[in-house]
Design a protein around this ligand. Sequence first.
Ligand code: C5P
Length: 317
Amino acid sequence: MHSYSLIAPAKINLYLEIIGDRPDGYHELAMILQSISLADRIDVLSTNNDSIRVHCNHPQVPTDKSNLAYKAAELMARQFPEAFAKYGGLEISINKQIPVAAGLAGGSTNAAAVLVGIDLLWKLGLTQSELEELGATLGSDVPFCVSGGTAIATGRGEQLSPLPSLDNIYIVLAKYRSLEVSTAWAYKTYRQEFGNSYVRDTNDLVARANAVHSGEIVKAIFERDARKIAEKLHNDLERVVLPAYPQVLQLREIFANQEGVLGTMMSGSGPTVFALFESEQQAEQVKLHIREAISNEDLELFVARTITHGIQVASSV
Ligand code: C5P
């Protein structure tokens, strides 16, 4: 095989709790991550030279070494120099459907797809956990994006514990195209404003992270009760992003007042806001209502549903 075409799904956070600081400068988190059907397509192709090249149909996405997909390819070339020498260079095409800098792990899922694609292309036979370990060196959300579905993520976000999969919940996502929120800014601002309430004792940090396993939202996921899940949505980063970005707050409020919305929340560090629904029809209806209520062409709206997988192979040649 000389090329693989992969589906790289976005994620939303059903839950994001900031527990405290980590010695590596990151935050200790307890999250519940959920893959959704909104996805990019990534083509990974072997070439006859020794270079790595990235193409993308989206003008905002860099194609140089700063792209996480490029970094993923570089990492694989470094880790497996013999395979790189044997199979030659790589051409990576990203067909972007997931909004950029949106809190939906768009960059992370592209990197995860590149890891999976190169593993197949170079016949490395890596296990899922080996791929996740490599992914963790690229970004906190990359390991989840490899396996996907529904999972608890602790530590930096890279320690995963799978949950029963949810495949019957519909979602409307809303994001202003030109509005971007830096993840680093959101966490830094949260530390400045709420750092004094962080858990400091190491044992307490572990206990708090473990507590998510027996939390109400996890119970609701085990019961596959969309209504209860929606009631327990939570994201600590809303505390800094909503006051700083009135447009995000407005989306949150509009969603909360729509009929059929089970619950609404910002995803990750934002600025995407999502709402959960029991049926696709309700989701489509609310999408229309929001489009009518906010006459701003900058606003992007998507209907998606929860899915049970991460990176998947679409085809190979
Ligand atoms: O790991 P990733 O590159 O996705 O993280 C982006 C930024 O978000 C980090 O540079 C850090 O500032 C912040 N972050 C954090 N704690 C985490 C994950 C991310 O402080 N657990």
